[in-house]
Design a protein around this ligand. Structure first.
Ligand SMILES: [Zn+2]
Length: 417
């Protein structure tokens, strides 16, 4: 009796009542089974049109897994009616606690999905004694619901990013909303092609696209073209994070060839295991790393020259005035083109080519945060690390929406955890 009272407090279904409660074996373990009956005179609902129809017949009882109580698994037991709909014929009725053929209740799916945000899906399955598949379906349900019910109101700043997945064999293009206080993953799509981004704009719609003020992106031509075409009113900003990543790639290239050269010349390999040293900002180095960096700086190495050029360029971002920034950029490019560091020269040429878009950063300054895309990128990588066991891209996309999409959940289930 008490269990029924509690259940009615938690979740009450308009056209159904809780019946008797018993303990019985389900799959070899004792579980709590709660009967459900339709309210007298209630009519079954057609799953296609949500209209009530007449009762055709009743199917055998089914169990629907509900939230566990104390250490017992709990199930609703119900014999679904088949409804005769004038329009859709004979169908199994729609139920308020579960959908389709799913044997896990919506309430339990939401509960599982919330835990799957805190733990990996594998751990969630283990702790709640269920299967990975059940957790996956729960997260997918919650994500599908969230995507269908979210609002795209107020999205005026977006960032386009891409991450390598599955050990770099594949890419995911990601689009974030980067408005202050409203950062979230908006969209993801396989590969990093112009058509990938086109697909985003197609789904986002022309009305939403017309409201965009800023679009942060990489300087890749395919993206730039699509952005100019689909959101011509928006200021396309090449963001700091993506630009500095090009510098790091160049330094890494120089270091690799230098290491090869040192080895070929049979010299002491002073650059051995120094990769991170060169990629980190000096203020992020530990005391020991700073000392080691000091030693390296005394040597006349190409890697170090590249490192110093990058550090010099960091000043660019501190300028407040557009024309000073432009002048600095020109100077830096000219100086770099006089060196013999081919990868760095490539960066310089690229900066010169995209100068107007890079300088857009100063036009947007004070209005958009430079770290937003980088922050989201870090979160994506953390989720990917936590999400080991995702064998397909689809799974990974669902996990990313779940963790970073700030998606709405079915309202009435807020009290569960
Ligand atoms: Zn119908």
């Amino acid at each position: 009796m008490l269990i029924k009272t509690l259940l009615n407090k938690v979740e009450r279904f308009k056209s159904f009542v809780y019946g008797s409660v018993c303990v019985m074996l389900v799959g070899g373990t004792e579980a709590l089974v709660i009967d459900i009956e339709p309210r007298r005179n209630s009519r079954p609902i057609c799953p296609e049109c949500s209209k009530p129809g007449t009762i055709y017949d009743r199917q055998p009882v089914r169990l629907f897994e509900y939230l566990p109580i104390w250490t017992f698994k709990a199930f609703f037991r119900y014999a679904p009616r088949r409804v005769k709909c004038p329009e859709h014929g004979v169908k199994v009725e729609a139920l308020p606690w579960a959908y389709g053929k799913e044997r896990t209740t919506i309430a339990y799916q939401v509960y599982l999905a919330r835990w799957a945000k805190r733990l990996s899906w594998q751990e969630t399955a283990r702790v709640l004694e269920t299967s990975w598949d059940t957790v996956f379906r729960a997260v997918k349900f919650v994500v599908d619901y969230g995507l269908a019910h979210r609002s795209l109101e107020g999205v005026t700043e977006i960032g386009v990013d891409e991450v390598a997945v599955f050990k770099g064999h594949k890419y995911l293009t990601l689009v974030y909303q980067v408005n202050a206080g409203a950062r979230r993953l908006l969209w993801s799509g396989p590969e990093r092609k112009a058509k990938t981004l086109l697909q985003f704009f197609k789904e986002f719609g022309p009305e939403n696209s017309a409201k965009l003020k800023f679009v942060c992106s990489d300087m890749w031509a395919g993206y730039l073209k699509v952005i100019a075409k689909k959101a011509p009113q928006a200021l396309n900003v090449l963001d700091r994070f993506h630009i500095m990543r090009k510098f790091n790639e160049a330094i890494d290239e120089i270091r690799r060839s230098e290491v090869k050269q040192l080895k070929a010349d049979d010299q002491q390999n002073v650059l051995e295991r120094k990769r991170w040293l060169l990629l980190k900002r000096p203020e992020n180095l530990s005391e020991k790393q700073t000392a080691s960096m000091g030693d390296l700086l005394k040597l006349n190495l190409a890697s170090i020259k590249g490192y110093l050029l990058r550090e010099d360029f960091q000043r660019f971002w501190d300028y407040r005035r557009f024309n000073f920034a432009e002048k600095f950029l020109e100077n830096w490019v000219t100086r770099t083109l006089q060196t013999d560091l081919e990868p760095m020269k490539k960066v310089a040429r690229m900066l010169r080519k995209h100068k107007p878009l890079i300088l857009n950063w100063f036009k947007a300054k004070g209005q958009m945060s430079s770290g937003a895309v980088e922050g989201m990128n870090l979160k994506v990588k953390l989720t990917m690390r936590k999400a080991y066991g995702f064998r397909t891209l689809k799974c990974l996309q669902i996990a990313l929406y779940h963790e970073l999409g700030k998606l709405p959940e079915p309202e009435y289930l807020h009290r569960f955890c």
